[in-house]
Design a protein around this ligand. Sequence first.
Ligand SMILES: *[C@@H]1O[C@H](CO)[C@@H](O)[C@H](O)[C@H]1NC(C)=O
Ligand SMILES: *[C@@H]1O[C@H](CO)[C@@H](O)[C@H](O)[C@H]1NC(C)=O
Ligand SMILES: *[C@@H]1O[C@H](CO)[C@@H](O)[C@H](O)[C@H]1NC(C)=O
Length: 496
Amino acid sequence: MISNTKLILLIILFTLAQRPIETASNRSFPASFKFGIATSAHQIEGAWNEDGKGENIWDHICHTNPDYIDNGDNADLACDSYHKYKEDVAMLKDLGVNYYRFSLSWSRIIPLGIAGSPVNPAGIVYYQNLLQELIDNDIEPLVTIYCWDLPETVEEYGGFPNPEFEEHFAYYVRVVFQNFGHLVKYWITFNEPLESCYQGYGTGTMAPGYSHSGLTDYKCAHNIIKAHAKAYHVYDEEFRTQQQGSVGIVLDTSWYEPATGGAADVEASERALQFAFGWYMHPIAFGNYPPVMVERIDQRSEQQGFNTSRLPKFTEDEIEYIKGTYDFLAINTYTTVYAQAREEYDIDVISWDSDMNVDMFLDDSWEETGSSWLRVVPWGIRKLLNWLSKTYNNPEIFITENGVSDKDGLQDDQRINFFREYLSNVLDAVLDDGVNVTRYTAWSLMDNFEWQRGFSEKFGLYHVDFEDPERSRTPKASAEYYAQVIATRCLVDVCD
Ligand SMILES: *[C@@H]1O[C@H](CO)[C@@H](O)[C@H](O)[C@H]1NC(C)=O
Ligand SMILES: *[C@@H]1O[C@H](CO)[C@@H](O)[C@H](O)[C@H]1NC(C)=O
Ligand SMILES: *[C@@H]1O[C@H](CO)[C@@H](O)[C@H](O)[C@H]1NC(C)=O
């Protein structure tokens, strides 16, 4: 007879054996594969009003509505990287990264942001110093021109939904290419416009905090896509011959796994990918919005009594102008969500979600993290990479963000496992599936201002002490692991 303790032990062992344990590949990353790490200006710089910097929409919302952010946090000082950039570069050097992805603060460079307004010399000097420091340390810069910190004046002029936005952005990118183009080979125009538009103007969960989904988020996206294309052509026509760089845009999506193998759920998964990712990538790759968006939004708009579709139209000239404006495909991705078919939303509901018409949910068995939306699902990244490769004709792909928020402090074993398992799936996609991924960028160099979550969500490989006025930085265990992966190009102790 088995004693109770033995029985319990057997059940535990059985449960452990049942848990699908992923095993990281022991193959090596190709010699040409590059590893980097990312941050963004507003999340780390601080110095929000120093040396002539103008106010941006996140300064504004934090100062005028502190309840908007967890614990009333703001990014006035953040990680103080405006003063500590040399220390940041020393950390990058310790990690051994091939490149650093960071962003420029528009309102530090052009305080008012609007076309024709004055340039701030101190802002130019700051980024020239940072770029030079990187180059002196053999770290390639991968520069994001815009990451979420719109100058407040541009917002007050109507922000992204105003068609004039394109002119303000074109003015800004010329200043950027003129002043930094000799030091930079890889440019990203916008970071995650899905979030700027859907959360900024659709759900109100990001600055400027408007909630008109299905309306201004579509206008926002329309103008960002046109501004991106304009920036690409400005580079092409005025700078590329001399500067010899590449230009792309960073888009984000989760992998949407069909809830079942049934045709309706498979279609729901494809529809979710098209509404989240295709919304931006389809025009940039093929000239216009995904057919499923055009069809559904045109039809629902008509049924709702609008005299024209809520999804703006590109002219034939614009379609030609936008098509093909990318030198690489760049993706930020963190997790997987189940996508399931559902009954049509009530026709009175006007939103991106009801236009898409997909139910989404997480699997309770997926490992939780420090973020409610982020579960550890390593196989999802391989499926997403295959979908991207197939849908966009095998482009060169940069993973420009991937990472996890921790609850562990300095011994962040969950993050080490996350990187090992996700990178193993990236490697399988490259070596077994023929997906042309050439770069992997960890998010993020250090704990920082995580937008509405303030300093409560910690994505850093370096811990930052936000109680310390010096904002002292300490490597977590994952920093050592990532440095080892970069040095050996191997995820486990020994590779073949
Ligand atoms: C819809 O109504 C607006 C406002 O009256 C008008 O300017 C526009 O031309 C109309 N569009 C169509 C397609 O009828
Ligand atoms: C990946 O893309 C790069 C840049 O376009 C190209 O040089 C390389 O040949 C591609 N590799 C594969 C395996 O397709
Ligand atoms: C790598 O993994 C393969 C298959 O799992 C195994 O046969 C091989 O011995 C491993 N190589 C090393 C160096 O551990």
